[in-house]
Design a protein around this ligand. Structure first.
Ligand SMILES: NC(=O)c1ccc[n+]([C@@H]2O[C@H](COP(=O)([O-])OP(=O)(O)OC[C@H]3O[C@@H](n4cnc5c(N)ncnc54)[C@H](O)[C@@H]3O)[C@@H](O)[C@H]2O)c1
Length: 453
């Protein structure tokens, strides 16, 4: 109805609307921070009581936020973290950012978290509310799951309530691109839905990109992450060739990247981790295959990426032949550097393979002090050990799995003979100056690159 649309639009523009953020994880917290800072009353919902308790006590649980950051959010007196979902009825806007993992088969989307949050919404939503889905998901989820759910409650989308999909693009651990400075794609179910969601994000994001329908926004996110997954597979495949042929892949990548167009840098690694890159392509694949479309590139990329931990393990086995000291130290277990996220990290698979083959394994990661592994058929906990020279000294083999910045690479370089460097961290360290290509302007003003030696 026109009156709901006008009222909500006015409330958003005047920052009087109450924002509800459902799911307070890596995605939800930055959203909360942005809305609170820009003047909105914000209620944060999570099923995890520990997280709610921590937020109330100014404690952070993700690496991108310090305790001080949480304190600053709380100091605005506009943030209310809660596990009481009846407070949804107080919200004018609901932003859903709950996990969207794969089922155990690693092939089928698991929408349990989304369905549970829809249930909480259904029990409490008021007419005149905007619901935005930010969780990454397969195309048509908004139209085929969220919209029918609300319509079954007797709410007409576009009149009584408004629905949009807006993919989240944050990159944890990377300072350069923040929630507010990364352009935000918005696909509304109807024209009014699009306009109202665009107005909402316009309050907190520098650049909003409205698209014609939710499916475009859903597919855009899947294209972005499938592009990354496939390019990582490409560089992983080329790395295998280069390392056998004594060609430094790191030097190859840096040289190729001097081309000012048509090339983006991707680096090889021990496996693809996190809640996005190894998952999202399979959300797309599942839906495409259901509709009888082939996904040949994703299938090939999977073959390459899924084998990476095994490749590192095989290298380790070769290197341990004849080594008396059997301690293997894995440096870094998070799926990428400078964060504490272990989801889908290849370190777990690698450590399990090493232990199950009889090696004594230690790991060191100041971001993740505990991991859960399955060894000899049993689940057990492993604790991180300190990173110091004594550890390197007594290890028969050191595997750099995650190249956290805090590791002392100068020290590690002393032990390079017994290191498997899955991230080319020592190459980067050794070549820091040599491989920096700088613009040099010649007398005739042509620009060329010069390698610094
Ligand atoms: N992490 C990233 O870098 C990133 C980037 C872009 C998009 N995404 C997508 O965003 C979504 C969320 O990812 P995340 O990394 O923030 O996950 P997360 O696990 O860090 O956070 C999700 C939170 O939702 C909570 N939750 C689960 N079910 C709930 C429910 N029914 N009601 C309320 N809270 C509930 C969990 O307790 C958790 O705190 C996923 O779809 C992911 O693919 C993640």
């Amino acid at each position: 109805m026109e009156e709901f649309y006008e009222k909500l639009n006015q409330e958003i523009i005047s920052k009087k609307s109450i924002i509800g953020v459902i799911g307070l994880g890596y995605v939800g917290l930055p959203i909360v921070e942005s809305f609170v800072k820009s003047g909105f009353q914000t209620i944060g919902f999570d099923i995890d009581d520990e997280k709610i308790k921590k937020l109330i006590q100014n404690e952070s649980y993700i690496t991108d936020f310090t305790d001080k950051d949480i304190e600053k959010i709380n100091e605005f007196n506009r943030f209310y973290p809660t596990n009481k979902f009846d407070k949804i009825s107080q919200c004018d806007v609901l932003i859903i950012c709950v996990p969207t993992p794969l089922k155990e088969d690693k092939l089928t989307p698991d929408l349990t978290f989304l369905n549970n949050s829809l249930k909480s919404i259904g029990e409490n939503i008021r007419r005149g509310t905007l619901v935005v889905l930010e969780s990454t998901t397969y195309p048509f989820t908004t139209s085929e799951v969220v919209v029918p759910y609300l319509e079954k409650l007797g709410l007409k989308v576009g009149d009584d309530v408004f629905v949009a999909f807006s993919p989240e693009r944050i990159n944890p651990g990377v300072e350069k691109f923040k929630f507010s400075s990364t352009p935000k794609i918005v696909g509304g179910k109807t024209e009014r839905c699009k306009q109202i969601a665009t107005a909402l994000y316009g309050c907190v994001i520098d650049k909003v990109v409205p698209v014609s329908k939710p499916e475009v926004a859903e597919m855009a996110k899947l294209l972005e992450n499938t592009y990354r997954y496939i390019n990582i597979a490409l560089v992983n495949e080329i790395e295998t060739f280069c390392s056998e042929m004594d060609i430094d892949i790191y030097e190859v990548i840096e040289a190729a990247s001097t081309k000012p167009f048509g090339f983006e840098k991707f680096y090889p690694g021990p496996g693809v981790g996190g809640h996005c890159i190894p998952i999202d392509p399979f959300y797309y694949k599942w839906y495409a295959n259901e509709k009888n479309f082939e996904t040949l590139l994703i299938d090939a990329a999977f073959e390459i990426n899924a084998n990476r931990p095994k490749n590192v393990f095989n290298k380790a086995m070769m290197r341990m032949k004849g080594v008396k000291n059997s301690i293997i130290t894995v440096l870094g277990v998070a799926y990428k550097k400078n964060i504490n996220d272990l989801r889908e990290s290849s370190a777990i698979e690698l450590i399990e393979m090493l232990i199950n083959n009889g090696y004594e394994v230690r790991f060191s990661d100041a971001f993740c002090n505990k991991i859960l592994i399955k060894a000899d058929g049993k689940s057990c906990e492993m604790l991180s050990v300190d990173f110091n020279e004594e550890l390197l000294e007594k290890s028969g083999l050191i595997i750099i799995h995650t190249d956290h910045d805090y590791f002392n690479y100068e020290l590690l370089n002393k032990y390079k003979e017994k290191i498997i460097d899955t991230r080319y961290a020592l190459s980067k360290f050794e070549n820091e100056d040599r491989l920096v290509y700088k613009d040099i302007v010649c007398k005739d003003k042509d620009v060329y690159f010069e390698r610094q030696i």
